[in-house]
Design a protein around this ligand. Structure first.
Ligand code: GAR
Length: 208
């Protein structure tokens, strides 16, 4: 049996992606991953409630309690270290880490973005794509590098924007795809099936 990868999930909001990860991966003896911590930058994040319901430790680190972004990053890193986290999973975490933090966890931070990067980076990927009038958008899972939504792509899935699509219906379609591909991709990372050479990322034994 492979030793379990200790994952910390960072979330600022509802935590539906966290829930998918907990449901699909956490507590399964067949899967070499356990969620050891859910960390949020927001006291009221519903992700914290989901974590508590699953018996996963939680911690809040708020930017406003730190004088600089570097101090905030250092506090997050200290909490991750306290919990022995060796994989950092961003799941709707609406903060950008500085280069020092990213270098410290190089190759061990993954993020999900609700658009087909490099199109529509930033905090409003679904709405920006919808407003632009694209016919196809989607979901990207990528390693985090020192830029914003610029790291090597691990997985992408396209989502059609139908003629009568509303923003709400597109959001629902995007989230449903996220909840499929994020756990599946994280599982591949935990199982050591993901190789990275520069921007060339390969997933061995991909099931889809
Ligand atoms: C997700 O759609 C995720 O892709 C997005 O935030 C949402 C969080 O939802 N992330 C970004 O936009 C990052 N730039 P959740 O809290 O229900 O998982």
């Amino acid at each position: 049996m492979q030793p379990k990868v200790k994952a910390a999930v960072l979330a600022s909001g509802s935590g539906s992606n966290l829930q998918a990860i907990l449901d699909e991966l956490h507590g399964d003896p067949e899967i070499p991953l356990e969620v050891v911590l859910v960390l949020s930058d927001v006291n009221s994040a519903y992700a914290l409630t989901r974590a508590a319901a699953a018996g996963v430790p939680t911690q809040v680190v708020r930017p406003r309690d730190h004088a600089t972004r570097e101090e905030f990053d250092r506090e997050v890193a200290a909490v991750l270290d306290q919990h022995g986290a060796d994989l950092v999973i961003l799941a709707g975490f609406m903060r950008v880490f500085r280069a020092e933090f990213v270098r410290r966890y190089a190759g061990r931070i993954v993020n999900i973005h609700p658009a087909l990067l490099p199109s529509f980076p930033g905090a409003h990927g679904i709405r920006d794509a919808f407003d632009y009038g694209v016919k196809v958008t989607g979901v990207t899972v990528h390693f985090v590098d020192e830029g914003v939504d610029t790291g090597p792509v691990i997985a992408q899935c396209a989502v059609a924007v139908d003629p009568d699509e509303s923003l709400a219906s597109l959001e629902a379609k995007i989230h449903a795809v996220e909840h499929e591909i994020y756990p599946e991709t994280i599982r591949a990372v935990a199982e050591g099936r993901v190789t990275v050479a520069g921007r060339d990322v390969r997933v061995l034994g991909r099931r889809s």
